[in-house]
Ligand binder design. Structure first.
Ligand code: NAI
Ligand code: MG
Length: 354
């Protein structure tokens, strides 16, 4: 097999970011050669340290360099010493917007052996794919403040929903639903109150859905959806939703599927006009940083999403199988392992699959 070289940008970031990214790269470099994949990695120092040193979050020149990469692996950014929002808006959201990451992909799956806080729920009951819109909604940055600091202060934060933006993410979600055994798509919104945006989402789902007669569609208000995530998670297959609702329900998804240490995500530009970015859902966890206590599994599962995006579905499946085996073994042994020991064990299980 002739090797293809993929240019991969690595942003370890802050806190536990570098620790978990090291394990993600360990597994990636173990699985890649057998699939004819060579990696040309470039590390970028972005996050709290750089902001403190230079005041920069994402210099234009770095954004330009990242644009020339094929994919990005990110640990986490954020630190208590940086004002809230600086790195989120200046780095993470800027990359999502600049690189048209209109699909924020968040699988929610309960692996065998993993403990869920839900009683009487089996792994086959929790297997969903949340497709969260990534570039619009209340996160678009529209709005403003008037008379700041006075009793008459006014703050508005508008939700931006374009026909184009809604349609492209809904199309992606239908295509995913059509590929999955259950072929079900649930739109989550709040169309009884957010009537303008909600009606647009409903209409687009109806229209695109007409092209996918094999996919069953369903609708839930976001408040009801949070209830059913807990009481009937088996209702969900593919979920498509707006940026803010998706942010909230996927934390709940992570909680019911075994915790934030396992939740993976991809910020995807499906057309590959720009590099897509893969990262664990969790943040920089300053409370456990530097102690080897972080679970690298979410990052390793994000590497599987990255492989799938790059067209290496078999390699992705190998990584996922190795993670599933490791999770099952954890349930049996109960031994406490360090971040790098977990990475070693998963890499070994990948290697054993040949
Ligand atoms: P967090 O996800 O960093 O931590 C929440 C809790 O989960 C903490 O108790 C932490 O120890 C634990 N935890 C997180 N990841 C873990 C892992 N892999 N293994 C074991 N335990 C883990 O969220 P928090 O505390 O709200 O935010 C900390 C910082 O991270 C903030 O600066 C925040 O802005 C930033 N952040 C960054 C994100 C990103 O880079 N995409 C996403 C979320 C938060
Ligand atoms: Mg979140």
């Amino acid at each position: 097999m002739s090797a293809r070289t993929v240019k991969l940008a690595v942003i370890p970031g802050d806190g536990i970011g570098p620790e978990v990214v090291a394990e993600g790269l360990k597994v990636l470099s173990t699985v890649a050669p057998a699939h004819g994949l060579a990696l040309d990695t470039t590390e970028y120092e972005l996050g709290a340290k750089r902001w403190h040193a230079t005041g920069e979050t994402l210099p234009d020149a770095v954004e330009e360099e990242l644009r020339g990469q094929e994919a990005i692996l990110l640990g986490a950014v954020g630190d208590p010493t940086v004002p809230s929002g600086v790195l989120e808006r200046g780095l993470l959201l800027r990359l999502r917007f600049s690189f048209a990451h209109y699909v924020n992909l968040r699988p929610v799956r309960l692996y065998p052996g993993v403990r869920t806080p839900l009683a009487g729920v089996a792994p086959e009951d929790i297997d969903m794919l949340v497709v969260r819109e990534g570039t619009e909604g209340p996160y678009a940055g529209a709005g403003g403040v008037l008379r700041k600091g006075t009793p008459g202060e006014i703050a508005t934060q508008d939700s931006v929903n374009t026909r184009f933006g809604v349609e492209r993410v809904v199309r992606y979600a239908f295509a995913k639903a059509a590929e999955r055994p259950r072929k079900k798509l649930t739109l989550v919104h709040k169309d009884n109150v957010l009537t303008f945006a909600g009606e647009l989402w409903q209409r687009v789902v109806r229209e695109v859905g007409a092209e996918y007669p094999q996919v069953t569609t369903d609708y839930l208000h976001v408040d009801a959806a949070t209830m059913f995530f807990v009481t009937q998670p088996e209702r969900f297959d593919v979920v498509v939703t707006d940026n803010l609702f998706g942010d909230i329900i996927t934390d709940l998804g992570a909680a019911v599927a075994g915790g934030i240490g396992l939740a993976s995500s991809g910020n995807v530009n499906p057309e590959a006009e720009f590099p897509s970015m893969f990262e664990p859902v969790h943040g920089s966890a300053p409370d456990i940083a530097g102690q080897g206590k972080a679970d690298p599994t979410a990052t390793i599962l994000s590497v599987a999403l990255l492989l799938e995006h790059l067209g290496y579905a078999k390699a992705a499946a190998q990584v996922e199988t190795a993670v599933a085996e490791d999770l099952r073994a954890r349930a049996d042994s109960g031994a406490v392992r360090s971040t790098s020991q977990i990475g070693d064990d998963i890499a070994r299980r990948v290697a054993e699959q040949g």
